[in-house]
Design a protein around this ligand. Structure first.
Ligand code: G6P
Length: 610
């Protein structure tokens, strides 16, 4: 979603800010802007719609020159994609502000500020912050005090960084609901919405907590908590490795990340299995004590992570002998749900910052859950910090907006969770050992699945001219069909819908004709015969099918059916293995359609607003 970078240094900061924006661009990217304070204490601002490169080109033509500055990539919420609506937003050419999040009472504040004579030039909620600070500055001698007074009036979520030409050595920042991290340099300091933005300039980071405000200059950082007490926050040495240009031999990050899945899953398994079971420690200290006491699992997530949760429900109920509900976070947080006794709340999130999922986690603390666990890819994220337990998926930085390796490593973690909980609920040693054995084969099976690359590329032209498609699966492959459909629509913009194959006759069969390709996920499992009946229902109505299946399932290609053989694998890991051909299919269809694969239109990697 939106990205923030700020820097105060002895050197020119525009290069640092631009590099930071490029590294954040994958999160949200309809426009970008930069503001610096120059030697004569004036604000120099440039904004552009489109990619960060457009901003970089503009700065090449008209360089901005300052040793303190802020910059932003925007993903529009309030107001269209225009230069006026891009950040930074200014007040009276003195105050400059960048902001992530949503100010919910912006309309009231706007009216109040207009009554005070402030003129608004954008349609954004952010502009109220700039004018509010400018207004508060009149009655507060100090910029930080003005910021504190302003944020007391804000409702909603914000991570914001502010500069003032009258106090040109300082960045003042506030966090409530949108993450901010301070980068500690030598004789220079930085701030960003994600440490990835700052890795070229520092490895030392301070994570602000909810309600913190901070005062940052070149040589000093002061932090105040929500009670306005000065606090020391730990400086963390980051070991994250991120090479912004790192597509390697691949044309897109997404393809690279698809191919990285065998290794990502190997990393996710590393050191977490014994010969016969899953080690409780994989989920953090105290996991065993918590798992012993729980009688129900409630999973909350969004998007692809929600699909991982849906697969986990099949696993947990069938193998760990525990009831499990899965819910989309934006629904869960706004309804009154019934909390079963001794429930474990599990959030699943690649980023650990998704606003709805994080809000659901926070809400659960007042609802009587026994404990919380997050399955997450970012160790420093809010969800990891705020959950009782965490399973780190170790997928490595995922840059493509469409999630791939984050998903398969989440599934790997959730299958391990099934054993970790199941062993306290009657899963016997042989059953545990059988799942462990299947997990150990997973990286090699994923390697085989990735090798289908060229075969799948050959299927892609059949889809590229279509407007719609239908994905079918049964059992734990139904969520995989949903994930396949999500991938296709995200990056190829083809309408794709997934159905549990048994539901076909209750409506979607009416859609079947030769213009509606039907993708069937059909591993050789106990539901195969049922699925074959569904396949016949489609065939009888002239549908064209693409069946992803195991050789032993005995589907044969003909005029109406294209069969793609996926490697034979243990049934329990089949949802993870069958994900890969569907990812590859959407990728190659998107290539033919010429879409922006890594940064599809209108989408963001990490959705930190509701
Ligand atoms: C966005 C991304 C999706 C992701 C979802 C949830 O919509 O584009 O790829 O699945 O957010 O994100 P999370 O970080 O919570 O897994």
């Amino acid at each position: 979603m939106c990205g923030i970078v700020g820097a105060t240094s002895e050197r020119r900061v525009s290069g640092i800010l631009l590099e930071g924006l490029k590294r954040l661009e994958y999160r949200g990217y309809d426009s970008a802007g930069i503001a610096v304070i120059d030697k004569s204490q004036h604000l120099q601002t440039i904004k552009r719609t489109g990619k960060v490169q457009a901003l970089a080109d503009a700065i090449d033509e008209t360089p901005v020159d300052g040793t303190i500055g802020i910059a932003h990539t925007r993903w529009a919420t309030h107001g269209g994609v225009t230069e006026r609506n891009a950040h930074p937003h200014l007040s009276e050419h003195e105050i400059a502000v960048v902001h992530n999040g949503i100010i919910e009472n912006h309309e009231t504040l706007r009216e109040q500020l207009q009554a005070l004579g402030y003129e608004f030039v954008s349609q954004t909620d952010t502009e109220v912050i700039a004018h509010l600070i400018h207004h508060e500055r009149k009655t507060h001698n100090d910029l930080l005090d003005a910021l504190k007074a302003a944020v007391r009036q804000l409702e909603g979520a914000y991570g914001t960084v502010v500069m003032d030409t009258k106090d040109p050595e300082r960045l003042v920042v506030a966090r409530s609901g949108s993450p901010l991290v301070i980068g500690v340099g030598i004789g220079e300091n930085f701030v960003a919405s994600d440490q990835l933005a700052l890795l070229p300039v520092t490895r030392k980071f301070i994570y602000l907590e909810e309600g913190d405000v901070a005062d940052i200059n070149r040589s000093d950082i002061k932090i105040y908590d929500s009670a306005n007490e000065a606090v020391e926050r730990e400086v963390i040495d980051s070991d994250v490795n991120y090479d912004a240009g790192g597509k390697g031999q691949y044309r897109h990050f997404m393809l690279k990340e698809i191919h990285e899945q065998p290794i990502a899953v190997r990393n996710a398994l590393e050191g977490r299995l014994s010969e016969t079971t899953v080690l409780d420690d994989a989920f953090g200290e105290g996991a065993a004590d918590l798992f012993k006491t729980i009688e129900h699992v409630q999973i909350i997530a969004c998007g692809t992570s929600y699909h991982a949760g849906m697969v986990a429900k099949y696993w947990l109920e069938s193998m760990a002998n525990i009831s499990c509900n899965v819910e989309i976070a934006s629904e869960f947080r706004y309804r009154q749900s019934f909390v079963r006794p001794n429930s474990l709340l599990v959030t699943i999130s690649q980023s650990g910052e998704t606003a709805d999922t994080l809000a659901a986690l926070r809400l659960s603390k007042e609802m009587g859950y026994r404990g919380s666990l997050t399955i997450c890819n970012v160790a420093t994220s809010s969800m990891v910090r705020e959950s009782d337990l965490a399973f780190m998926t170790r997928a490595g930085a995922e840059i493509g907006v469409a999630s791939t390796k984050a998903f398969t490593t989440q599934l790997t973690g959730l299958l391990m969770l099934t054993v970790a909980i199941g062993k306290y609920r009657g899963m016997n040693e042989q059953q545990q050992a059988a799942i462990v054995k299947a997990l150990q084969t997973l990286p090699a099976k994923l390697e085989e699945a990735v090798e289908l690359d060229t075969e799948i590329e050959a299927l892609a032209p059949d889809f590229a001219s279509k407007d719609h498609s239908l994905f079918l699966g049964r059992g734990n492959q139904y969520p995989i069909a949903m994930e396949g459909a999500l991938k296709l629509k995200e990056i190829s913009y083809i309408h794709a819908e997934a159905y549990a194959a048994g539901e076909l006759k209750h409506g979607p069969l009416a859609l079947i004709d030769e213009e509606m390709p039907v993708i069937v996920v059909a591993p050789n499992n106990e539901l195969l015969e049922k699925l074959k009946s569904n396949v016949e229902e489609v065939r009888a109505r002239g549908g064209i099918m693409y069946v992803f299946s195991d050789k032993n399932a005995r589907f044969t290609s003909d005029d109406t059916m294209n069969v793609l053989n996926v490697c034979h694998c243990d049934e329990v890991i089949a949802p993870i293995v069958y994900t890969i051909p569907l990812q590859l299919l959407s990728y190659y269809v998107a290539i033919i359609k010429g879409t922006d694969v890594d940064q599809p239109r209108n989408l963001a990697k990490s959705v930190t607003v509701e």
